[in-house]
Every structure is written in C-alpha cells, then in structure tokens.
Design a protein around this ligand. Sequence first.
Ligand SMILES: [Zn+2]
Ligand SMILES: [Zn+2]
Length: 283
Amino acid sequence: MFIDTHCHLNFKAFEGILDPVLERSKKAGVEKIVIPSAKLDSSRKAVEIAGKYSNCFAAVGIHPHHALDRHAEFDSASSENRTQILKQVQDDNDIKKQLLSLASNPKVVAIGEIGMDYHHYKNSPAPDEETKGIQKELFLLQLEIAYEKKLPVIIHCRWAQTDVFNIISDFIKKKPLNGVFHCFEGNKEYLKDVLNLGFYVGFDGNSTYPENHHLRELMLLTPLDRLLLETDAPFLTPIPYRGTQNEPAYLINVAETVSGIHKKSLKEIEDLTCSNALKLFSI
Ligand SMILES: [Zn+2]
Ligand SMILES: [Zn+2]
C-alpha cells in the first residue's frame, strides 16, 4: 500500500470531485491519505472528509501564510497599532481552543501544516520582522498543541530554515515530539540537521522536474526509513502530468523517482515509505 502523507483534499480544487479522485487513487494503490490544513475552516473540512472516508485522515493547523488572516489591517497599520495587534495575537487563546477541540477528533493524526514561510509570493511581499514574529508565535502555539495532544507535526518551511530549525530544536529539548519536514528544501547540511532531530523528510512531485537535481540529491541522502511520499495535491503535479491538477493517484510518480534514485524496486519503496507513514501517524 502507498500512503499519500500530504494531500489537500480539503481545498476548493477537490470540491465535488472527491469520489472519482479517491477512486483513481485506490486504483493506483494509494490507499491512505493524510489531509493537512491551512486555516481553521480547511481544518474543519479535513476532519469532515476524514469522517466520511475511512481511508482519509486529517491534520489540523494554521499555515504561516495565514498567520495574519485575522489581522488583515496589520500591513497598513501604524507601528503603534502593530504592537497592539501583535499583543492581541499573543493573548488570543481562541485559536488554541479551536484547534485543541478539532484535534480531539479520533481521525486527526497530526498538527499541520505549521511552520514559517519567508518566501516572497506574487500577491504577498516577504514578511517583515514583525510578521515573522507573529508566524513564530503561531508556530510555537501549535507545537504546544501537538505536544499536549501527543500528535506529530507537519512542518512547512520555506526560506526560513535557520529560524524553523532553532525553534524546533529548542522546543523538543523540553517537550519531545516528532514530525515531518514536508516538501523538503534546503542544503545537505540542513538535511543532516533535520535527520539528527529524528524527524522524517517528505518529497513531492517537484522532485520529478528535470531542473530540480538538488532535490534528487537530497532524496538520495535521505535514509529510506525516514522518507515520506507526498503529493501536496492540488499543487506540484509530477512529471508526466505537470500542467494539470495534481491528485493522490500521482503519488506513484514520486515513488518511481525515489525508486530510481535509491536503486530499489518500487515494491521496496512502497513497503518502506508505508511503514514510515504508519509509524509516524499511527494510521
Ligand atoms: Zn507546505
Ligand atoms: Zn501543503
């Protein structure tokens, strides 16, 4: 059995097409799916889908992109107001309460995706120091929830390796937890550091793109008892489907890439990555 450990079936792209998507996934041998969330509403949706389909499992959490959602005025606020808003975020237990309650559902198997993102996207500039501070607060809050609920974490980290690593390594010294660095990016040293933490490493469809040699190098350096397969569907569609909407059935194309790089049969990759996913998420 293959397990897609990162697939956003809770996103709009899958609305109304879940049955055929899951049908094709099953046919391809991808029999279990973990659905990570980005906001409170997608967390609720993930739990709802996991409740409906026995082979689907939810991860609840707030993605760093959405750290400022409740404070859309932040960007245009004066520095005085910004301090106020920052304080509000720190004082606000509402997110914690809601996530804790969602995480009590037996189909919730992780907290995620959570982390830090300093990338400059088309419609949002790279975060300034205050925004980074808010991302950090939100990240720490959710690590705390994972620890309280004894759940693993799904880490999203983009252009924020040093900060993410420092936050996690400090946190787990006092409060041990495990998880996956999903859609891994970084250099070889960073990969080594992440492996030393005891975390798993997730690879996605972008590892099949010809230009991404560095991802395949990292894939080879990742021991097979620590590697997880992800689609991150509807994004990052692997070759040869690049240009269309990604879906869990295409996990096989990521698995084939791992198989080629590690020079192991597809069956061995299937068994090893499946056992990793079962171990980490207890599904
Ligand atoms: Zn992500
Ligand atoms: Zn994702």
